[in-house]
Design a protein around this ligand. Sequence first.
Ligand code: AR6
Length: 177
Amino acid sequence: MTKIRLIHGDITLLAVDAIVNAANRSLLGGGGVDGAIHRAAGSQLLEACKKLNGCETGQAKITPGFRLPAKYVIHTVGPVWRGGQDRETELLSQCYLNSLELAKQYECRQVAFPNISTGVYGFPKTKAAHTALSAVKDYLTAYTGFEEISFVCFDQENYQLYKDLLPSFFSQDQITF
Ligand code: AR6
């Protein structure tokens, strides 16, 4: 059974197989978690990203982690929230599913997600948390090869939301707080 871990903190510090980056379509860096990941990984990450030719919203691409403790970075592009009539929820769900698919292809056993789209991109946090948890839960019913999936919440509001919501998606013995 895949373990689900909730972490309050900085995703760049995690020594897991893959951390997920909430990037933009250029994949050439930015602010928020993207900026933190590029700073911690070093300039080789930008050089590797330049060769990827960007990424569509909802899709994912992978690079090494370079100076990060994580082996890989999976770069996914969340949707910008435009009021909910622009397939935002479906696209956010695709970010989680496509990231996990790539992690599986690269034989990652541990994957850590930030709260994609809930910063600069303005996706409502409660809706984003439901979407993230439901996508990951769906993926795990079909694929049992992951050891642990972490949800890394940087801000207190997301952390509290996930703490409250996790037990309605996963069993108590599956979750580590
Ligand atoms: N570790 C984990 N989570 C973090 C960290 C960190 N070090 N720093 C911030 N967060 P955002 P988005 C959380 O804005 O909304 C960038 O400029 C933060 O609290 O990073 O998908 C990209 O280049 C929030 O909950 O990403 C894009 O242009 C979450 O990460 C754009 O922002 C996502 O916030 C993407 O916007």
